[in-house]
Design a binder for this molecule. Structure first.
Ligand code: FPP
Length: 258
């Protein structure tokens, strides 16, 4: 894919040509600081974060993104104060209670990635209902990383393969990258093309570590509660101006070398 110039840099529909943007992943950061700046408890930041999520999901659907993965709650987030953990869990339940009918009606397939073991029955019920009610959809894919950590997911994948070996169903030499990634909780979805992080930090924070190997990273200096379709559109425009080489050399350099 060569670097677009001039008018080609304008946003165009995505997802219908090879090399175009299919999968966007977002680290929604800055809820707490947004609230603090306003002299509000952190819970208000998370509540405003759900509204931003709703706007952004609708924006991604309108921009012809095929799949959106958001980092809702990490395996490390359990170490936050109990009141904050229960606020976030409550918001996730409330989000699906209020939005699931719309998502199901509009062809959105919901998938929750991350560890399910040990989740409270009410959370598990929400997760299973969201997936079951949208299972037949495929217009747009919404993946919510919940109780998710990249290292935990890779470790679980390794354990699953080791268990297959122990049962005599596979040999260590069978293991390839393709086979390994089939064990990840994101399988069989393609890896993200673009990872966006809000909230003024420049790190991945254990998000989709395996899957992000060749993702374009874009950091947007906005707290998550202020995020919306216009920010997503700007990130996609920046993505479209980049050349993805996947470890190869640029097309222009190949031509110049004869
Ligand atoms: C990061 O901000 C945000 C989170 C850890 C939670 C994100 C949760 C939501 C948007 C609401 C519920 C989720 C779903 C999927 C409906 P932070 O608290 O780390 O902010 P800070 O870095 O400013 O403290």
């Amino acid at each position: 894919m060569s670097r677009p110039t001039g008018s080609e840099r304008m946003l165009r529909p995505v997802g219908d040509e090879p090399g175009e943007l299919l999968h966007v992943a977002i680290i929604m950061d800055g809820n707490g600081r947004w609230a603090k700046q306003r002299g509000l408890p952190r819970a208000f930041g998370h509540r405003a974060g759900v509204a931003a999520l709703r706007r952004t999901v609708e924006g991604a659907e309108a921009l012809n993104v095929e799949r959106l993965t958001v980092f809702g709650f990490s395996t490390e987030n359990w170490s936050r104060p109990e009141s904050e953990v229960s606020e976030i869990l409550g918001l996730m339940k409330a989000y699906f209670a209020s939005d699931l009918a719309r998502l199901a009606r509009d062809g959105v397939k919901v998938r929750i990635i991350g560890r399910r073991e040990g989740l409270a029955p009410d959370i598990l019920a929400i997760v299973e209902e969201a997936e079951a009610r949208t299972a037949m959809n495929d217009r747009f894919h919404l993946q919510v990383a919940f109780n998710y950590g990249g290292r935990a997911d890779i470790t679980d994948a390794a354990r699953r393969f080791a268990e297959r070996v122990a049962r005599g169903e596979a040999c260590p030499q069978d293991l390839t990258e393709q086979l390994f990634e089939q064990q990840l909780s994101t399988a069989p979805a393609a890896a993200p093309d673009l990872v966006i992080r809000t909230g003024y930090e420049r790190r991945l924070s254990n998000f989709l570590l395996w899957e992000c190997a060749y993702a374009e990273l874009i950091f947007q200096d906005v707290h998550w509660p202020d995020y919306g379709p216009e920010h997503l559109r700007a990130a996609i425009q920046e993505f479209q101006s980049r050349e993805r080489r996947f470890g190869r050399v640029a097309v222009d350099d190949v031509l110049a070398a004869g």
